[in-house]
Write a protein that binds this ligand. Structure first.
Ligand SMILES: NC(=O)c1ccc[n+]([C@@H]2O[C@H](COP(=O)([O-])OP(=O)(O)OC[C@H]3O[C@@H](n4cnc5c(N)ncnc54)[C@H](O)[C@@H]3O)[C@@H](O)[C@H]2O)c1
Length: 378
């Protein structure tokens, strides 16, 4: 099997998720290629021992330029704070490495454009944006249902990503709660790609938006006995108008960091005149749908899907699928494309989708701050 040699820049939460997915690649069946991590980089040297302990000797550096100068590295996973995307992603591409970059692909629209220019200069490289939740089998069922035309004229779409840990005012500050590092989008920059990936993939491009932005926790512990400003938006509810041949429809996007009771809930619900479909990671093995004929009954059907991912795996079909599986499926899609495959018809989020999501979030920020409806400029 072909081996793709990877470097990781940013060895925090998400860097470890990739390393873990790569380490259990034997979980997958029928793959064209497998990843091998040959280099890791983080400005915090304490984080890298975990990688070498688990995976053996490899290049270890605190300077990403050294990793990019390593000819062994063919592809890079970059998972660093948002403010650094526009510096490091173009450097990765200039070094001739394929890239799976973390969302939001630049802290704001201007930084995303810098990244887009660098991508345009290297059409020979594969570039994708991380977004794993659509790889849940239930999410794939909803996509399949919509692509089959079963929905008919759309009434409404709701896509949400809900977190709750920020409800604790004593949760210490980190870079994700600082606008100068995370960006002015706040919760929308953290969670926007997650909620927009499937709608954009299905061709649902909002033309106008309004947004309700919520700020509840103004300061957080600084870890040194004091409190510092927490200046990112906590919650955003974006209401979009989506142009469609069968009639414009509303699409509600919720990116909430304070959603009481929700640990990490991603969901999508599509309501249409002929069919409706719903999936939530809260019930990870189930999806629901309804088919309606004029005058007929309106009954939702709920199916237990079990372990039925896009890329085959050794797990029996009756078992459950979870977050780490979604991460691995996303990586399978990226590695498959690198090896010449079509990612089974569902590639990772593209740079064009990432750029479109910036257009929506930029309009949503303006709409939310100004209390008005704003047109989306793609
Ligand atoms: N796909 C997802 O579900 C998901 C979930 C969480 C975060 N993310 C994204 O992943 C990225 C990283 O988030 P995280 O949660 O892993 O953060 P993290 O803080 O856990 O890790 C980021 C790491 O980058 C390192 N770093 C900072 N500057 C660096 C530099 N110049 N060179 C090398 N390393 C540097 C930090 O030391 C840190 O270890 C962000 O873009 C975030 O939006 C994605």
């Amino acid at each position: 099997m072909r081996e793709v040699r990877f470097g990781i820049i940013g060895c925090g939460l998400m860097g470890r998720e990739f390393a873990s997915a790569a380490a259990r690649w034997l979980h997958l069946t029928g793959m064209r290629a497998r990843p091998r991590i040959v280099a890791v980089c983080d400005t915090n040297p304490a984080l890298m021992g975990w990688y070498t302990d688990a995976l053996g000797p490899m290049q270890v550096t605190t300077d990403y330029r050294e990793l990019l100068a390593n000819p062994e590295v063919e592809a890079v996973y970059c998972a660093v704070p948002h403010v650094l995307h526009a510096e490091i992603y173009p450097a990765i591409l200039a070094a001739g490495k394929h890239l799976l970059g973390e969302k939001p692909f630049g802290m704001d629209l201007a930084q995303n454009r810098v990244i887009s220019q660098a991508i345009a200069a290297r059409p020979d490289l594969l570039v994708r944006c991380s977004s794993e939740m659509p790889f849940y089998p239930g999410a794939q069922k909803v996509v399949e249902f919509i692509r089959s035309g079963a929905v008919g004229p759309v009434l409404e779409v709701e896509a949400s990503f809900l977190h709750s840990s920020d409800i604790n005012p004593d949760k210490p500050i980190n870079w994700k709660r600082m606008a100068r590092v995370n960006g002015d989008y706040g919760c929308m920059g953290d969670l926007g790609m997650h909620v927009l990936h499937v709608p954009l993939r299905l061709g649902w491009r909002p033309s106008r938006v309004t947004a309700s932005l919520v700020k509840r926790v103004e300061t957080r512990p600084d870890g040194k006995g004091g409190r510092v400003a927490c200046d990112t938006w906590d919650n955003a509810t974006i209401t979009c108008t989506v142009p469609d041949a069968a009639g414009d429809f509303p699409m509600v996007l919720k990116t909430w960091r304070i959603a009481p009771g929700e640990a990490n809930t991603w969901s999508i619900r599509v309501l249409g005149m002929k069919g409706s479909a719903f999936f939530s990671t809260k019930s990870p093995r189930q999806w629901s749908w309804m088919r309606y004929e004029a005058g007929g009954p309106q009954g939702w059907v709920t199916e237990d899907l079990g372990y039925t991912p896009l890329f085959g795996a050794i797990t029996g079909g009756i078992f459950e699928f979870g977050f780490t599986d979604a991460i691995q499926q996303m990586w399978a899609a990226f590695v498959d494309e690198l090896a010449g495959g079509d990612a089974k018809g569902f590639p990772c989020a593209t740079p064009e989708e990432a750029a479109a999501h910036h257009a929506v979030l930029t309009a949503a920020l303006e709409a939310g701050v100004g209390g008005q409806s704003v047109g989306v400029v793609y």
